[in-house]
Design a protein around this ligand. Structure first.
Ligand SMILES: CCC(=O)Oc1c(C)cccc1C(=O)O
Ligand SMILES: [Ca+2]
Ligand SMILES: [Zn+2]
Length: 306
């Protein structure tokens, strides 16, 4: 049969050119990647600034995705593939559910929407308002953050509130770092396009973006939407700082295996910070022995978790 897999090219959010795994049918090319070792596909849609999901496939008759409106889709598609590869190459995980599930993204979601999310079965990316954010799929750490929410939901299932919710957020930031390990910042490539050097969050210095980096700064916020469900995006600074200490002590290769084992083997929906410390200690001991476990202990003690 006619192999319809194709290689297209596109312009990303930051103006860079990248090659894309596309699919040819009905005289046009789709952002539809069938090349990964999974029974699902990686597919990218546009909501055309609406809120209906998944929206329309992103297509191009010439397999050249160079237009302004195609930039967000180019990066959502390319980075979803990069994050699939990260989890497959480092842990042998086949898509977010380890069962080869379709990885679906929708860009241009909503109007000036300064958000990105995992909806429970797909990723969505706003365009940003052009001041706070540009197209949010333009950052690989953001895409890794969102897809890691899907990994968490299919493994530990950390409940998105209070300490378990802050851990849910932190694991997404930490794997965002592992995918984009050239800096300790989150979302720097799409945050405030008019200002350089800043970011949404920092793992090395959570205080820089008004997050606590120690239990004595834990924010007891209400478990409501207005309270960020008990401050899940605020209090994540504490486990994020512990991860920073751990990675500096053990290195990325050991840290990522420890974090993956804790997430997929030991953590449970209601795990709190103390439980996460124990889960990471156990994972470190399982994989690398006492010295590595001691590094976890030290990292969490440094942020006031004993
Ligand atoms: C680093 C990615 C990130 O934090 O995305 C979100 C944004 C930009 C707003 C609200 C929620 C999220 C999230 O995915 O938690
Ligand atoms: Ca980053
Ligand atoms: Zn998140």
């Amino acid at each position: 049969n006619v192999v319809k897999e194709a290689t297209g090219t596109g312009t990303g959010v930051l103006g860079d050119t990248k090659s894309l795994n596309t699919y040819y049918t009905n005289n046009t090319y789709y952002l539809f990647d069938t090349t990964k070792p999974m029974n699902g596909v990686i597919e990218t849609f546009t909501a055309n600034q609406g809120q209906y999901l998944p929206g329309n496939y992103v297509t191009d008759s010439g397999n050249t995705f160079y237009s302004e409106q195609q930039k967000a889709a180019v990066d959502a598609h390319y980075y979803a593939g990069e994050v699939f590869d990260y989890y497959y190459n480092n842990f042998g995980r086949i898509s977010y559910d380890n069962q080869g599930a379709d990885i679906r993204s929708t860009v241009h979601y909503g109007s000036n929407y300064n958000n990105a999310a995992w909806t429970g079965n797909q990723m969505i990316y706003g365009d940003g308002d052009g001041t706070t954010f540009t197209y949010l799929s333009g950052a690989d750490d953001v895409v890794a953050h969102e897809l890691t929410h899907a990994v968490t939901d299919t493994t530990a299932g950390l409940i998105y509130e209070n300490q378990s919710g802050a851990l849910n957020e932190s694991f997404s930031d930490v794997f965002g770092f592992f995918v984009d390990s050239e800096d300790w910042l989150m979302g720097e490539d799409v945050y405030t396009p008019g200002r350089s050097g800043d970011a949404l969050r920092s793992l090395s210095n959570p205080n820089a973006y008004n997050q606590p980096d120690h239990m004595n700064e834990y924010q007891d916020l209400p478990n409501t939407r207005e309270g960020d469900w008990g401050g899940v995006h605020i209090n994540s600074g504490i486990p994020n700082k512990a991860a920073y200490y751990t990675i500096n002590n053990l290195g990325i290769s050991q840290a990522e295996q420890i974090y993956y084992r804790a997430l997929t083997v030991y953590l449970t929906p209601s795990s709190d910070f103390a439980y996460a410390k124990a889960a990471l200690e156990q994972s470190a001991n399982d994989l690398y022995g006492t010295q590595a476990a001691n590094a976890i202990t030290q990292a969490w003690n440094n942020v006031g978790v004993y």
